[in-house]
Design a protein around this ligand. Structure first.
Ligand code: HEM
Length: 154
């Protein structure tokens, strides 16, 4: 599990994000016009539907890889602001910091289930994105070689 070899980074400073307006554009995508910085994207209320989350360009997400104010990660193309949560994360802060500005979908699902994401991730959502890379290829999953339906023969 090479991706679990972590670098310990200093904790980011907290910062207050402005609250720009999300606007429904003609093609029904929600964008924040003129937003170029991660600081332009506040956390979204929990009742905002996934498809109504603002779209955040991959370059903006990737810019949080640099040590700075915000720690964002991407799971299933949803961007989570873990800046404050990482200090409360039961799995520790370094594992989240090691994926800042990156996709960590398959690694996330190794340790969590939908309930974790609903309860703890929902309030951390800042937007949707696409094209953000996971720097580790997902290892091949081994499946049983037996034909199904033979369990009773064991
Ligand atoms: C949205 C971001 C995240 C949220 C809301 C979150 C939430 C949680 C929660 C609720 C637990 C406790 C699970 C339990 O007690 O059963 C946990 C544990 C853990 N998380 Fe996360 N997590 C996040 C991101 C990550 C990431 C990116 C990684 C690295 C892949 C990670 C790795 C772990 C590990 C290793 C544990 C400990 C698992 C164990 O003790 O069995 N988490 N996380």
């Amino acid at each position: 599990m090479g991706w679990l070899r972590l670098n310990i980074l200093p904790s980011p400073a907290k910062s207050a994000a402005p609250t720009p307006k999300a606007v429904d554009s003609a093609d029904n995508d929600t964008e924040i016009y003129g937003a170029t910085s991660p600081l332009d994207y506040p956390r979204q209320p929990e009742d905002v539907a996934t498809e109504s989350l603002p779209i955040i360009r991959a370059e903006v997400v990737a810019s949080t890889q640099r040590k700075g104010d915000l720690v964002w990660i991407v799971v299933d193309e949803i961007v989570y602001d873990c800046t404050e949560f990482l200090h409360e994360h039961p799995g520790g802060n370094t594992v989240i910091e090691s994926f800042r500005g990156q996709d960590c979908t398959w690694q996330f699902w190794r340790f969590h289930n939908q309930k974790h994401l609903r309860e703890f991730g929902q309030p951390l959502r800042v937007g949707r994105t696409s094209g953000v890379c996971n720097r580790f290829p997902e290892p091949v999953k081994f499946v049983g070689l037996r034909r199904p339906g033979l369990a009773d023969e064991w």
